[in-house]
Design a protein around this ligand. Structure first.
Ligand code: BES
Ligand code: MN
Length: 458
């Protein structure tokens, strides 16, 4: 390991430059005008992987391309060695609102100990850390104790719709002992973490249509229903006074937290006052009877993500709008099933909808929640790698975000995911001024380098 540690140290500045090159691509998967930028970013990755010494290829899909890069097979090797897949994504969330960025989102800049730019932590910095660890093995001639295949996709932020098919078509090539993912977080720089559960998701777009077009609210108001008002009333009924989702059956399949897990959560670093201040809210909100840590990682929620109707410009416009729309997502926990939840939500909204408007309900992303044993031999190996790279005791956490493809890794490749996140809570993922802590970038490389040793011994 000494040669690897030395190599990573020697090349620290160069690797930050590489990350800047990576972040410069505006690979926004949700926006059609960036299609060619996604392709260019994938092509850059392939080239970069080849320079590192990997066998890399660009795999076209119906959507954005997938990059596959493998460690070369050594000349002679005794017996079977384990095979691990490293999963990551090169696509990023839209950078808007741009005016809130202190430097342009695709002009990466180092300020203090962080690199600012859209995608710096979610997920370019995190997957590049793994590539740099493997680069260190290959460039120092240190034998790898395992085979590694990188699968870096361009559609994670829009639901990974091409990757599941790709996994099915390449299940032999991708057959592996585990999938390693750094696309989650850690509570503080001194608490490296292994994430053993993610929430699932079900997304909806609810539209209410009233009059054929916007109407003068003075002439017609009072005789026709107002879709914005009807929508607000419906939405208002979706939660109760205890902060619970008020949809019949919503909690039916929710697995209650064990006393043991709740006790473990209490040991995680968390200060409610700091948290409240950091979020800038006057008071925290949440399901009664649960702590914030439980609420955001192990309890289901329903959120309005967007709300649109009527006139949005300056001043007043006296109309009854023709329509109103809400974008909604529910986050799901074991053992909730997205299909079943979609059904209950649809049924309930139908019941709440007054006969004075027409209702349309579209569904979007759907992913099951994910939970994996935090005590397996592989999990223990991951914890050892975290400990030696970060120099402090790692923690086990559940997280509220979703990575839909982990369920397909399990179903199609029959492999569990080891999630070793390097993002910090204030890295501003999906927000303006996203950043990645460069100490975590360096420690992440070291963690990855250790991980292959530890995992291959299991
Ligand atoms: N990296 C996140 C997922 C994440 C973040 C997991 C923090 C755990 C902690 C990922 O890039 C993401 O944003 N996923 C989306 C999935 C959705 C678009 C289906 C999410 O969670 O909103
Ligand atoms: Mn994301």
């Amino acid at each position: 390991m000494q040669a690897i540690i030395e190599y990573l140290k020697q090349n620290k500045a160069r690797f930050v430059e590489d990350l800047c090159d990576y972040v410069r691509f505006p690979s926004v998967s949700a926006q059609p005008q960036h299609r060619s930028d996604l392709h260019a970013c994938a092509a850059w990755l392939v080239k970069h992987c080849r320079q590192i010494g990997l066998n890399a290829r660009l795999c076209p899909t119906q959507g954005h391309p997938i990059v596959v890069a493998k460690t070369p097979a050594p000349r002679k090797r005794a017996g079977r060695v384990p095979h691990f897949v490293v999963y990551g994504h090169y696509d990023v969330q839209p950078p808007e609102p741009i005016d809130l960025w202190i430097s342009p989102p695709f002009e990466p800049r180092v300020k203090g100990r962080s690199l600012f730019g859209r995608g710096a932590s979610d997920n370019k910095g995190q997957n590049l850390a793994h590539l740099k660890a493997v680069q260190a093995y290959l460039k120092t001639g240190t034998p790898l104790p395992c085979d590694i295949t990188f699968v870096i996709e361009g559609e994670e932020e829009v639901g990974s719709s091409s990757l599941a098919r790709f996994l099915r078509a390449h299940r032999n090539e991708l057959n592996c002992d585990a999938v390693v993912i750094s696309d989650t977080g850690m509570p503080t720089p001194k608490h490296p973490a292994l994430t053993y559960a993610l929430r699932g998701i079900a997304a909806f777009e609810l539209t209410l249509r009233g009059p054929a077009h916007d109407l003068h609210s003075g002439i017609f108001g009072g005789t026709v229903d107002n879709p914005a008002m009807a929508l607000s009333q419906m939405l208002g009924k979706l939660r109760d006074n205890n902060g619970r989702v008020a949809i019949p059956g919503f909690y039916d399949d929710v697995q209650r937290l064990s006393a043991y897990e709740r006790k473990q959560f209490k040991r995680l670093p968390f200060d409610e006052r700091d948290y409240r201040k950091f979020l800038g809210v006057p008071k925290l909100f949440g399901e009664r009877g649960h702590t914030p840590i439980e609420q955001r990682s192990a309890r289901p929620t329903l959120e309005i993500n967007g709300l649109t109707s009527g006139y949005q410009g300056e001043g007043n416009k006296t109309i009854v709008p023709a329509w109103a729309r809400a974008k909604i997502t529910t986050r799901l926990v074991p053992n909730q099933n997205p299909a079943k939840i979609i059904k209950s939500v649809r049924q309930h909204l139908k019941k709440l909808c007054p006969p004075t408007v027409r209702m349309e309900l579209k569904t979007g992303h759907g992913a099951k929640p994910y939970i994996v044993s935090p005590t397996s031999l592989q999990a223990q190996a991951a914890l050892r790698a975290l400990k030696s790279a970060f120099g402090c005791e790692p923690v086990l956490i559940r997280e509220g975000g979703s990575i839909p493809i982990v369920n397909d890794f399990k179903k199609i490749l029959r492999a569990e995911s080891l999630m070793l996140g390097l993002a910090l809570p204030d890295d501003n993922a999906h927000s303006p001024n996203e950043k990645f802590n460069l100490d975590n970038f360096a420690k992440g490389q070291l963690m990855s380098a250790c991980l292959w040793q530890e995992l291959s011994r299991c």
